[in-house]
Design a protein around this ligand. Structure first.
Ligand code: ZN
Length: 119
C-alpha cells in the first residue's frame, strides 16, 4: 500500500469512528427524550415527537449512507482497488480523493450516474 492510500485509509477510519459515535449519541438522546415524554397521556405531544423522530430518521439515513460509502471505500483498499473508478476503472485524481476519501467513482461516472438516476 502506498503512502497516499495509507493516508486515505486513516482518514476513512477516523470518519467512520466519528459517524458511529454520532449515530450512537443521537440514538441515546432520542431514547431518553422519548422516555421523558412518555406516560403522560398527552396526545398533543405525539405530533412533535413524531416530527423529531422523522428528522432524526432523515439525518440517520444520510449518515448511514455515508457510513456505507466509507465501508465500501475501506473494502476497496483491502482489495487493492482503492483510487480506481468502480465503473470505468480509470484512476481517480488524488485531489478528488483528498476532498472525498470515500469516493469510488471518477467525476465523469459520478455525473453520469446522477443523470441516469435523476438526482
Ligand atoms: Zn469512471
Amino acid at each position: 500500500m502506498d503512502a497516499f492510500t495509507q493516508e486515505m485509509e486513516q482518514k476513512l477510519l477516523e470518519a467512520r469512528e466519528e459517524l458511529l459515535r454520532k449515530l450512537n449519541t443521537e440514538g441515546d438522546d432520542f431514547r431518553s427524550e422519548a422516555q421523558a415524554s412518555s406516560g403522560r397521556g398527552d396526545s398533543s405531544d405525539l405530533a412533535s415527537d413524531e416530527g423529531a423522530y422523522r428528522k432524526m430518521e432523515a439525518l440517520n439515513a444520510m449518515d448511514a449512507k455515508k457510513l456505507k460509502a466509507i465501508e465500501n471505500a475501506l473494502k476497496r483498499i483491502s482489495d487493492g482497488k482503492y483510487g480506481y473508478c468502480l465503473q470505468c476503472g480509470k484512476k481517480i485524481p488524488e485531489g478528488r480523493l483528498r476532498a472525498i476519501p470515500e469516493a469510488v467513482l471518477c467525476v465523469d461516472c459520478k455525473a453520469e450516474n446522477e443523470r441516469m438516476s435523476g438526482n
